[in-house]
Design a protein around this ligand. Structure first.
Ligand SMILES: Nc1nc2c(ncn2[C@@H]2O[C@H](COP(=O)(O)OP(=O)(O)OP(=O)(O)O)[C@@H](O)[C@H]2O)c(=O)[nH]1
Length: 304
């Protein structure tokens, strides 16, 4: 039965790479639906996280951090972020507390000025700074545009996150429940499974490897005789020389990636799995539109 004063709406989370957008989303949704890492540009697609309680349903669009594009994948990521701004009810523009605005922020603010929805300035990671350091930063941002609200938070510690949710709710219209109570994302499970494998690779590798990796889940619908779910995935690298790095000496790196991602996936799915991983070379895949589309980074998806 619909609550008469039920509120609902779509909210985009936008900001430079690494400010903590995915960490915030996972805290709200209380499940890991977006991967996080200390390395910038971890998020590549727009991800919907759905928060529902008795009084409201808020659908969050987590966006890739906007940055200067160097290749087709970068262009896809920027376009995904900007397209998320269309038709939203509010925008959370996330920055790192204590950090000055950079050229990346100015680019985002120019896009934000074009939309009608209220824009919140969110200063994340307040656990890392002295509160006095925030005032000059807030003044600097306020000179760039008008914000409906300015809210300091710590996404990883949960500080002020409930207040942010309550203030956000006040700005949302009364509306329907778009999704079932227990639906937390619109992404298919195989996508999140691929992302969890990629997250484990980001944890274990360095230098150019993290950005050179794409993970494609080939199948996850077979079961072993004992009933265990079989998951098979390809890890794509860009160059022949990267393959031995991901496999490691005697297969040790790939083994660790397998063990670590299996634990994450079992946690997500709530069941035991068998995970098979293969490493493949796909030369310069970040500039290969056909490959990008097959790996889930299709520009066409963003145009509707
Ligand atoms: N100390 C502190 N660290 C945080 C906080 N929120 C996020 N982080 C850390 O900041 C890093 C980046 O977080 P992400 O959530 O991946 O950032 P993102 O904005 O989604 O990054 P992209 O995917 O690159 O756009 C991770 O190491 C997080 O653990 C916070 O409130 N406090």
């Amino acid at each position: 039965m619909d609550n008469k004063n039920f509120k609902s709406g779509f909210v985009a989370i936008i900001g430079r790479p690494n400010v903590g957008k995915s960490t915030f989303m996972n805290r709200i949704i209380k499940e890991q639906i977006a991967i996080t890492s200390p390395k910038p540009q971890t998020t590549r697609n727009k991800i919907q996280g759905i928060f529902t309680d008795d009084n409201r349903q808020i659908i969050f669009l987590d966006t890739p951090g906007i940055h200067k594009p160097h290749n087709d994948l970068d262009q896809y990521m920027d376009k995904a972020a900007v397209s998320a701004l269309k038709e939203v009810d509010a925008v959370l523009f996330m920055t790192e507390a204590g950090e000055k605005s950079g050229p990346g922020d100015k680019f985002i603010i120019e896009e934000l000025k074009k939309i009608k929805a209220p824009v919140f300035l969110i200063l994340n990671k307040i656990d890392l700074i002295n509160p006095d350091e925030m005032a000059p930063q807030i003044d600097e941002y306020k000179d760039l545009m008008d914000f409906a609200e300015v809210i300091p938070i710590s996404a990883s510690l949960g500080i002020n996150v409930d207040d942010l949710m309550d203030t956000l709710t006040k700005h949302l219209p009364e509306g329907p429940k778009y999704y079932a109570d227990d639906q937390i994302t619109d992404h298919p499970e195989y996508f999140i499974v691929g992302e969890l494998i990629r997250e484990k690779i980001l944890e274990d590798t360095r230098d150019e490897i993290p950005h050179s990796i794409a993970v494609v889940v080939e199948s996850m619908n077979q079961r072993s005789a004992a009933g265990k779910l079989q998951i098979e995935a390809y890890i794509y690298v860009e160059r022949e020389s990267q393959k031995p790095i991901v496999i490691g000496r005697g297969g040790s790196m790939l083994k660790n990636i397998g063990i670590g991602s299996r634990i994450k996936i079992e946690h997500l799915l709530g069941e035991k799995i068998n995970l098979k991983l293969w490493v493949r070379v796909k030369k310069n895949w970040r500039d290969d539109k056909a490959f990008l589309a097959s790996a889930g980074y299709s520009m066409k998806d963003l145009n509707n």
